[in-house]
Design a protein around this ligand. Sequence first.
Ligand code: ZN
Ligand code: ZN
Length: 339
Amino acid sequence: MSMMRAVQVPHPGGPFELVEREIPEPGARSVRIKVEACGICHSDSLVKEGGFPGIQYPRIPGHEVAGIIDAVGPDAPGWEPGQRVGVGWYGGHCGYCDPCRRGDFFACRIAAGITGITYDGGYADFMIAPTQALALIPDELSAVEAGPLMCAGITTFNALRHSGAQPGDVVAILGIGGLGHLGVQFAARMGFQTIAIARGADKEPLARKLGAHHYVDSQAQDPAAELAKFGGAKVIIATVTNGEAMAAVVGGLGTNGRMMVLGAADSLEVSPLQLLSARRSIMGWYSGTSIDSQDTLGFSVLAGVRSMTEVFPLERVDDAYERMMSGKARFRVVLTTGN
Ligand SMILES: [Zn+2]
Ligand SMILES: [Zn+2]
């Protein structure tokens, strides 16, 4: 029997274990992916530390997967070995519960799959994925380039394209990190007047290089007042995980402006007066499903959007994970298998 390497978390709070496992066979409506690259996302800490209810251990994390279909299970029309595919956080849905029947597949109540959480993910040489969860990777993108776009990329891209902003509108990206450095690129290339907001003057050159038309240093300036100078933002994409930093920009939304919350902050305190006085709103955003990922990859090729990425081999998962969690990575970290 053929074996593969995999990195598993044995129990909540446990260490990463590099183990040998039998190469799995795909069941119905599933494929086996020969994993080439898998990004490390902050959400992988939910598996590592046990922050997500109901995870069965040991579990292989990883939901920024890029690889090649290597075997196809029964009843998987349209999919064949050799196709390059990615898998993100969205890992499948039932298709018949009420949210699914309304087209809100991400909110499925019966069989909401989450890659690397409800089933094993991409920190391995091979993984099994339902065909629902697959996004085709264009030839122009390498696996290392595609990986981070499967979570950090889709989340910002899909939020922006559903934000209601029109070309020329003022759109602010709060935070220049793993999500934000992609968000700035997407916003600028979608034709928005793009304002990057981050702490410190040192990030301005990078923000401008990524395409930002303006930069606000939230340490030296009042970000809400700065946004007001542009007439207020139509949309703010909040990628930070700090509720105070989010609250500090709400006043910079223009009339009918909307802040889309992507960062999982613990709490967010906002004055209702701030909201109702200018009919401002705050909205959470879930990343998206596999076709949204595929659109993200396609747009990234079209517009030249790429993640800035640090690459580690699978066996150095400890170093890679620590680098990502330290917040020092510029800006995403990707594991490669050598496949
Ligand atoms: Zn993620
Ligand atoms: Zn459902």
